[in-house]
Design a protein around this ligand. Sequence first.
Ligand SMILES: [Zn+2]
Length: 305
Amino acid sequence: MNLPIVYNPGYVAPLPEGHRFPMSKFRQLYELLLADGVAHPEQFHSPERPPQEWLELVHTPEYVQAYCEGTLDAKAQRRIGLPWSSALVNRTCTAVGGTILTAQLALSHGLACNTAGGTHHAFPGYGSGFCIFNDLAIAARVLQKLDLVHKVLIVDLDVHQGDGTAFIFQNDPSVFTFSMHCEVNFPGTKQQSDLDVPLPVGMEDDAYLQTLAKYLPDLLSNVLPDLVLYDAGVDPHACDRLGKLALTDTGIFRREMQVLSTCVSSGYPVACVIGGGYADDLKSLVWRHSLLHRAASEVYRHYRL
Ligand SMILES: [Zn+2]
């Protein structure tokens, strides 16, 4: 057996030409993993659209309905930052289904990776910052509802605070939210995660990895999660258009090895999503995202999952 990876061609929906969201990265990531032999076709699992009730475990029925039918007002639509289309609705729901499937595969195999996901700025009643529905929160709630897990730890290393996720679980002790992010970045108003670690602008590889090592092992042994959901955003990279930290490709790869081996070596299953990453040079960006799957494949083989 090899690392299970989740992908669906529906992860890519057309956007207007020149839109700043790098939509095609999801398909390019899938193609790169195959071209480089990181993954073989039989490792890929294809998700389905989740039933609307599952989205409503996190989001208000009014918001889910208005978004899916394209009747959100202009202000709510602008806050999301992606122009509405029925293809985008399908894309959004399929990607949420992908994170749910990734979480299920992580439970049965010990480790699994999505090739999308990490929409952590979505709140119960509105979307924000390219995030429409909160896949991490929905996956946690769905698996709890199916009685597959009780306690979930969300490790959010995207450069932006996981504000939507923090808000959703602020009064829910069954889901622990950990966010390590650049302190002066979007969102302007931060929410309170169970553990926030704000980082100064310009932090480099070694300081970043040492900070992570200071928190992650204790977090695991204190929370004792049945599942870890890992948002592996690559926007802490020095070349990212929206991040303000200074990690290198090597630093990102070391980070993924550190997170995955720390969790897996202690027996905690990990479901990974790719999170944010913004660069004009799409090839470099896709490479950066693929470091997660490269690290996960190594960890998967090393621990013979
Ligand atoms: Zn981000």
